[in-house]
Design a protein around this ligand. Structure first.
Ligand SMILES: C[S@@+](CC[C@H](N)C(=O)[O-])C[C@H]1O[C@@H](n2cnc3c(N)ncnc32)[C@H](O)[C@@H]1O
Length: 509
């Protein structure tokens, strides 16, 4: 595994020798396998109720459930509860790895007669079996100070990006790797090689340890230190994934995992506007991002970040927070209580800054880009409803559909409804009595569950389309003749291309 140090992008990178933690991590793999300290093993040892309690950071049910679980119980208490455990029990759980080595490497520390962890180390399964991930303790179970270079663990945002990622292959860039979870996921999903970057040495150290404990061949990973795209200047990738420090606020850095030093949504703008330069033709990027919502349409703001040429982009807004909720949430996340003292002062300052910029809300979501040689196609839309199916495969399919639409004479195409399409009709009692239809919608009952309102003409058109039937132009002509209603071509194209984009209509091949 290569790791570059020195000034970002410097021509003579220094190769950093393996740190004690990395050597230790490689040796910990065997005792963890022997004890069954994996995602299935932990669930089995705890049972569903105590496992759920672990998710809620309630230690007592977990301690009770794993009291008789020998080495596995010790590892659960040591790393998942951050408990102080008996030195003998820890020694036994570490198998052939000497306890003194774990202490010397900074993973564990003596606490009275016992031993406790100094890091979060846990099994995670993002869909390709257990991977162990090192990160910093976050204080959720044992109080701790969140350091400036705190390495975030696998949290809600990390997992939402994992689920939303377009399946990775080839050479992948993980920008702002943190604990390395996106890099590990990409390697499990089929990436041949991952370049992972971060601005902190600590993040690169914990990612290296993560690669070692998961027995990832060193030649598959390249770790580089530096901001944004500087460490990969001139390089292109098949896939880029990034969960950048996109917190919207003043241009200051309190915690590197969330603050970029760029004003407001500058971090998201930086990544969204530059990433296409680092994609091969046909390469895709999947980014978590946020944007401020001011008087103008948020869609125009995000679309303005995307180059006019050479990119197909799909921007999906999943949520919006008002400034007060946003600031309170992030202050608590950084260990500050917004009710008084330093927390209240920080809240005042942060809210002032947002107010001066006329920020009414902060939008949050995913940005997908694919590099093309064509004029850019950008769709930004809201998806605030709950979606169970992972968004990644849908995003890949969306980008394929956009390419298909660009290359296709839609009127000559044979299209049909996908199997998951259902029609919803809502009627109300008419003033003169009897039922009167007030709305009619086509629904996709899978994936993002898009709904499109259609009128009687659109409804009849969709019913008349078949993949083994007539081209669209002929169905439109027949329908116009039958109804006496002539729709202009632009209206038909808008209706049909919208249904194709969202996967309600699919072509014959
Ligand atoms: C929100 S964390 C994401 C960690 C991890 N990728 C995940 O998905 O959980 C953002 C990471 O970006 C790093 N970072 C901060 N500023 C950066 C910059 N200017 N360029 C690259 N990475 C940066 C932080 O150190 C942190 O590890």
């Amino acid at each position: 595994m290569n790791e570059q140090a020195g000034s970002p992008g410097s021509s003579e990178p220094k190769i950093i020798p393996p740190a004690p933690l990395v050597g230790l991590a490689a040796r910990l793999r065997q005792p963890f396998l022997d004890a069954g300290f994996d995602t299935d093993g932990v669930l089995q040892a705890l049972g569903p109720d105590a496992h759920a309690a672990l998710g809620r950071a309630e230690p007592v049910p977990v301690r009770r459930a794993c009291a008789d679980a020998d080495e596995l119980g010790t590892l659960i208490r040591l790393f998942l509860l951050a408990d102080t455990c008996g030195a003998d029990a820890v020694d036994a759980a570490l198998g052939a790895v000497p306890l003194a080595q774990a202490v010397a490497a900074g993973l564990l520390e003596r606490d009275g007669d016992g031993v406790r962890t100094r890091m979060d180390l846990r099994p995670v399964d993002t869909g390709h079996g257990t991977r162990w991930v090192f990160s910093d303790l976050d204080g959720s179970i044992r109080p701790t100070v969140v350091a400036d270079d705190h390495v975030l663990g696998v949290g809600h945002a990390s997992l939402s990006l994992v689920r939303a990622s377009v399946p990775a292959s080839g050479r992948v860039l993980d920008l702002g790797t943190g604990c390395g979870v996106q890099a590990l996921h990409a390697l499990g999903a089929g990436a041949t090689h991952v370049t992972a970057t971060d601005v902190t040495d600590r993040s690169l150290l914990l990612t290296r340890a993560g690669m070692a404990i998961n027995a990832i061949a060193p030649e598959r990973v390249d770790l580089r230190r530096g901001p944004w795209f500087e460490p990969v200047a001139g390089m292109r990738f098949d896939h880029v994934v990034a969960n950048p420090p996109f917190v919207v606020g003043p241009p200051t850095v309190t915690h590197t995992y969330r603050d970029s030093g760029l004003d407001l949504d500058g971090a998201s703008q930086m990544v969204v506007s530059s990433v296409a330069e680092h994609l091969v033709d046909g390469g895709t990027a999947c980014l978590l991002a946020s944007w401020v919502i001011t008087g103008s349409d948020w869609r125009e703001r995000v679309a303005s970040w995307i180059p006019d040429h050479g990119v197909d982009a799909w921007v999906v807004q999943r949520d919006v927070a008002d400034p007060a909720l946003y600031v309170g949430t992030w202050l608590r996340d950084g260990g500050l209580d917004p009710r008084a003292g330093a927390g209240a002062a920080a809240a005042e300052e942060w809210l002032d800054h947002l107010a001066r910029a006329a920020v009414e809300g902060i939008g949050f979501g995913f940005v997908y880009l694919r590099r093309t040689g064509e004029p850019s196609d950008v769709l930004a839309e809201e998806m605030s409803h709950a979606v169970d199916d992972p968004l990644g495969p849908e995003a890949a399919a969306y980008l394929d559909r956009v390419a298909w639409l660009r290359e296709t004479d839609l009127f000559a195409a044979r299209l049909g409804s996908s199997d998951s399409v259902a029609l919803e009709e809502i009627s109300a009692i008419a003033p003169e009595g009897g039922w009167e239809q007030v709305v009619c919608r086509l629904h996709r009952t899978d994936g993002p569950r898009w709904a499109h309102e259609v009128d009687g003409w659109g409804r009849a058109l969709v019913a008349g389309l078949r993949r083994d039937g007539l081209p669209l132009a002929d169905v439109v002509a027949l329908l116009s003749a039958a109804t006496g209603v002539d729709l202009d071509d632009d209206a038909v194209l808008a209706l049909v291309s919208g249904l194709v984009r969202h996967g309600l209509l699919t072509p014959d091949s």
